[in-house]
Design a protein. Structure first.
Lengths: 114, 116
C-alpha cells in the first residue's frame, strides 16, 4: 500500500462549489504539507502543519482552508471554488533526521473547476 | 529570497545518450538542502536525492549522478545512457527554513523526453 494517499485522484467541479481534498499517510510523520502545481510554475506551498495543533499558511493560502484531523490526516478545502484553482494538488509528509528533512509526496489530485 | 532556476524547459535526446539537467539556486542560508524529484507521465512526484550544503561530494546512483558546486550555486543532474523510462519532468528544489522545519522551493521543472 502507498505511504501517502490522496482522494479523490480526479475531480471536476463547478464555480462556487465547496470541495475537500483528503490526504492520509501511514509513514507516522508529524509534518504534512499541501502544494499546488501549475504548468511552468513548479509547486507552490498552500498550507503546512507540524502536528495536529499547529497549522500555518503557505505562500498561496487565499481561497483555501485546511484541517488536521489526526496525525495521519490532513484535508484541504476550497470553500468556493473558482476556475483559477484548477491545478494538480499534492500532499506531502516529512520527518527530520540528524542531517535534514525529506518530503515525500502523494500521487496528486487533478482538480478542474468549470 | 530562496529561488531555484531550471533554465532548460524541455530536453529531447535519443536513447542511450547522456543528458544533463541544470539547476541553479539562490539562498540566504548558510545551511540548506537541495533535492531532485522526478514526475513521470503518471503524475506522481518521486524523490530522487537530497544533498546537504555542507557535503559537496558528488553522488552516483546507477545511471544517475549529481554534481553539487557551491561556488557556482549549482546542483546538476546527469543521466548516463538514457532510457525511454527516464522520460519525465524533473524538478530541482531548495529548502527554505520555516519555524524550525522546512518548506521546499521548486524550480519550474525540465521536461525530458527520451526517444527510442
Amino acid at each position: 500500500d502507498a505511504d501517502v494517499t490522496q482522494t479523490p485522484r480526479n475531480r471536476i467541479t463547478k464555480t462556487g462549489k465547496r470541495i475537500m481534498l483528503e490526504c492520509s499517510q501511514t509513514k507516522g510523520h508529524d509534518r504534512m504539507y499541501w502544494y499546488r502545481q501549475d504548468p511552468g510554475l513548479g509547486l507552490r506551498l498552500i498550507y503546512y502543519s507540524f502536528d495536529v495543533k499547529d497549522i500555518n499558511k503557505g505562500e498561496i493560502s487565499d481561497g483555501y482552508s485546511v484541517s488536521r484531523q489526526a496525525q495521519a490526516k490532513f484535508s484541504l478545502s476550497l470553500e468556493s471554488a473558482i476556475p483559477n484553482q484548477t491545478a494538480l494538488y499534492f500532499c506531502a509528509t516529512s520527518v527530520g533526521d540528524r542531517l535534514g528533512e525529506t518530503q515525500y509526496f502523494g500521487p496528486g489530485t487533478r482538480l478542474l473547476v468549470l | 529570497a530562496q529561488k531555484v532556476t531550471q533554465a532548460q524547459t524541455e530536453i529531447s535526446v535519443v536513447e542511450k545518450e547522456d543528458v544533463t539537467l541544470d539547476c541553479v539556486y539562490e539562498t540566504r542560508d548558510t545551511t540548506y538542502y537541495l533535492f531532485w524529484y522526478k514526475q513521470p507521465p503518471s503524475g506522481e512526484l518521486v524523490f530522487l536525492i537530497r544533498r546537504n550544503s555542507f557535503d559537496e561530494q558528488n553522488e552516483i546512483s546507477g545511471r544517475y549522478s549529481w554534481n553539487f558546486q557551491k561556488s557556482t550555486s549549482s546542483f546538476n543532474f546527469t543521466i548516463t545512457a538514457s532510457q525511454v523510462v527516464d522520460s519525465a519532468v524533473y524538478f530541482c528544489a531548495l529548502s527554505d527554513r520555516i519555524q524550525g522545519a522546512q518548506k521546499l522551493v521548486f524550480g519550474q521543472g525540465t521536461r525530458l523526453t527520451i526517444n527510442p
